[in-house]
Design a protein around this ligand. Sequence first.
Ligand code: SF4
Length: 332
Amino acid sequence: MLIRLDTSRVLIELERHSPKTVLIVAPDGLLKMAYELASTLEARNVEVVVSGEACYGACDLKEDAAEAIKADMILHIGHGLRESRAGKKTCFIVAEDDVEFNKVIEKAVQSLKQFSKIGLYTITQHLHKLSEVKAFFEKYGFKVETNDGGKLSYGQIIGCEFQPAYSVKDDVDAFVFLGQSRFHAVALMLSTGKPTYMLDPYLEEVIDVSPLAEDYWRRSLLAVYKARDAEKFGVIIGLREGQMKLHHVKRIREGLAKHGKSSILIAMRDISAERLNTFTWFDAFIQTACPRISIDGAGFNKPVLSTPQAYALLNLLEGKDIENFLRTPTWI
Ligand code: SF4
């Protein structure tokens, strides 16, 4: 496996903006690449600061850090959206994974033979493989649907947004997810309600994620039911720029108050069991930042609901049906 950084794009951005100082932001797995890029830029007399903080997604821009250190530009590597720029200073730089899908597709054809129409989706690092894989499935007689939507590119999903797939869910029998992220494949299934198969190109495995999705769904639902009995809620505002959803915070607090539940706001950047254990006086938490923190499970010993779970709780308190509360195009 080789990850290729779009260095030509980096050079274009440097030419265009002539920055004196650049902040490089990268997920942990690409920090070595950030270091190499830093050396290249410094050879061009650009001062470079590599962000040492965790970065989990395209939501995590770190524009506030760039402001603090007076960086003129942010090169955010490894994540991306349809628009290649975000915030005031961020430029997304694609990191393409050159792993091949040919072998795992050959296997998938067998597993998928009961379906005739499939939706094909993936995450940023495999997007460049999409048209090749689509043509491959079409050669085997499948009708293949992909789409763009919201802020996402053609064929793209991220861990909290699925609009491109959600928009074609009624036109397909099943979804195929390209990559090795069980969470993304499960989330695709929970959002669309369609059978979903993960094609792992590294292990050359085809995985029907239905049992796993059922497990995630039950745990998410259980947390909502546990939170029903809570009286005191900590409602968390996410401090990462793309995770700050104040409109949800307001609506959720109003909904809680209507049912006699008290709530206090907490602002946090990193939401972990260790940090939340400090707030011993709350019965439950609602975090409006990254839904994955709640749905993927992080060893919390009290209910910690994501935004869709919080709205499910409010519906539950209203006596409404909460079946399929994750079946929405976005969870944030
Ligand atoms: S909010 Fe969470 S799932 Fe969504 S992009 Fe950010 S890190 Fe990923």
